[in-house]
Design a protein around this ligand. Sequence first.
Ligand SMILES: [Ca+2]
Ligand SMILES: [Ca+2]
Ligand SMILES: [Ca+2]
Length: 227
Amino acid sequence: MKTKILLALVSVAAAGLSYGQTLVTQTLYFSGVPDFETPLVFSKYAGNASDIQNVSIDYDLTISGGQFVVDNDADTPAEVAVKFGARLDATSLQVTMLNHAFSAIINDVEATNQAQYLLTPNFGDGLNDYDPTPTDGAVLVGATVNEAGGDDVHPLFWSQYAGGGTFTVNVKASQIGSLSYNSGVETATTPVVANGSITVSYLVVPEVSSSVLLGISALGLAFRRRR
Ligand SMILES: [Ca+2]
Ligand SMILES: [Ca+2]
Ligand SMILES: [Ca+2]
């Protein structure tokens, strides 16, 4: 019996949870070539809102592929900064996804490729050919870039995540492509692919445990009164 209790405590400690706490985690995935929108349907916590000790939301956005061509067709040199990739936003009409500072947890998350080029005046090509050949042109080939993060939901909104049923998170992925300076510079973009996930986690003390604890403290009171 003593061994069993010790083992239980050890496993709880290993998971980083206090005794009686359970972490309920759901991860849903999205993928595509932006711009796209995907609804992700999560389950609410099936128990009571009073069981909840924390709600956290994490995101992961990975871009891959794509390219951005710059081609200076002007008679003067051009120094350009190229940025391209994808932006992630996620909102829900059923639950509030705001952190302790009342900021949106998933808002304008950007995974981008960036580079700067000093392009010489036009050389060896004309208009509308988007020629990446140096030294008046360049191409930024998209690398695999990951942006991940997350935050805790403000306790004011935890009850929205309880009571069973589902809620929908609308994922919106947008293509980003920008150039700092484009006077006389032609650009051509091949879009990135965006993959990612959203994870919703509930840290809870299920009602059974809390009622057992209440029972124990009630017994303790009764015992004290008798003395
Ligand atoms: Ca050119
Ligand atoms: Ca050229
Ligand atoms: Ca050209």
